[in-house]
Design a binder for this molecule. Structure first.
Ligand code: F6R
Length: 368
């Protein structure tokens, strides 16, 4: 049933290209993005002047990425908030606010309560969900189902990449409704997305390397993760996976924050995973990140660098270089997250833990 894999999570990691295909399939027709359930008018969508994204855990990390895409494509301000914090601070909501609720299960209590709060304030609610007919989509004005298939491993993997793709589809749908992108531009962005299942498939070529690395890092005290721009949420996600599966202290940072505190943590042999920005797409950030790696390496860190194939500039600073395909900047998280998932799972396995059923965690968190 695990398809010859040692644990479900590995099977689900390998299912990610197919999950992405399923998320994209059916959401682009006649040159435009379509949602699964749509109880909002075109005018409602045009009137949106503020977006809140609410979610928990891994879904929240996908939400952080929604901000980059929606602000870039739609020029509407986007705030991303943990669902468990959202309603307690009385956020400013109204008829022209869109609340995007992201939940794989569609039953997460905090996210559901955030949706209910948004509705009492007359905000519009759009749900991104992997479970047909779950409570969150039932209480929303519009729904985009991710269709990633059921996920057995408690740690979210394929539903995470599907959520990222779904967020981008929502961004394109909004851009289309508001006219901030022409139909041909929407079609171009969609075809870039449609090329991602193949890129993720190529990234699975890092699985053996990451499994071997996981075995080597199993005795580490802690692991740090650094990212910039869209690599930052992926650093957070890499750290969350390691905490929940390997019960190891792990933290993700925006690399620019290093000198404001976290660099004090660097000591001899500490593994630091760095998600390199695209060399061409984000040259300035790329060179800043190179200096960050130099700084931590000089202080003894063991650097594990996730970088685009052919990015030779990082080689001298990488104790372990993990090559991922070069893809457009906004889409890089879909490939850079894969090796980090495998790393966390394999460290957990090497430490003797049940990768599919980490302690103290439930697949669906229905209490606040
Ligand atoms: C981590 C993980 C959790 C969930 C979170 C939200 O691997 O799976 O952090 O992402 O509990 O769950 P959903 O998406 O069902 O609302």
């Amino acid at each position: 049933e695990k398809g010859g894999h040692d644990y479900f999570m590995l099977k689900e990691i390998e299912e990610q290209p197919g999950a992405l295909e399923n998320t994209l399939r059916g959401h682009f027709h006649d040159g435009g993005i379509i949602l699964d359930e749509q109880r909002l008018t075109e005018q409602d969508l045009r009137d949106i002047d503020k977006v809140f994204v609410v979610a928990c855990g891994t879904a929240y990390h996908s939400g952080l990425l929604a901000k980059y895409a929606i602000e870039h494509w739609c020029r509407i301000p986007v705030e991303v908030e943990l669902a468990s914090e959202f309603r307690y601070r009385d956020p400013v909501l109204g008829r022209d606010t869109l609340v995007v609720a992201i939940s794989q299960s569609g039953e997460t209590a905090d996210t559901l309560e955030a949706v209910r709060h948004a509705r009492t304030q007359r905000a519009r609610v759009l749900a991104i969900c992997n479970t047909n007919g779950a409570q969150i989509p039932r209480e929303s004005d519009a729904v985009l189902y991710t269709h990633a298939g059921p996920e057995i491993g408690v740690a979210a993997t394929k539903t995470f990449v599907s959520q990222i793709a779904a967020n981008y589809l929502v961004g394109l749908a909004l851009a289309q409704a508001r006219g901030t992108k022409y139909a041909d531009e929407v079609a171009r962005e969609f075809s870039a997305l449609a090329a991602m299942p193949e890129a993720v498939r190529q990234t699975l070529g890092t699985v053996d390397q990451m499994r071997a690395l996981g075995q080597k890092l199993a005795d580490s005290k802690a692991v740090l993760f650094l990212g910039r721009h869209v690599g930052y949420p992926i650093a957070l996600e890499g750290a969350l996976k390691l905490k929940e599966l390997a019960y190891m202290h792990a933290e993700g940072f925006a690399a620019g924050e290093l000198k404001h505190g976290p660099i004090a943590l660097i000591e001899d042999g500490l593994p630091v995973v760095v998600v390199m920005p695209s060399a061409k797409g984000r040259a300035l950030l790329h060179s800043k990140m190179l200096s960050n790696i130099r700084e931590i390496q000089a202080r003894g860190a063991r650097t594990i660098v996730i970088a685009e194939e052919g990015d030779e500039t990082v080689r001298p600073f990488a104790d372990e270089l993990v090559e991922i395909p070069a893809v457009p900047t906004l889409l890089q998280p879909l490939v850079s997250t894969v090796p980090l998932q495998v790393l966390a799972a394999e460290i957990a396995r090497a430490r003797g833990y049940d990768v599919d059923k980490p302690r103290n965690l439930a697949k669906s968190v229905t209490v606040e």
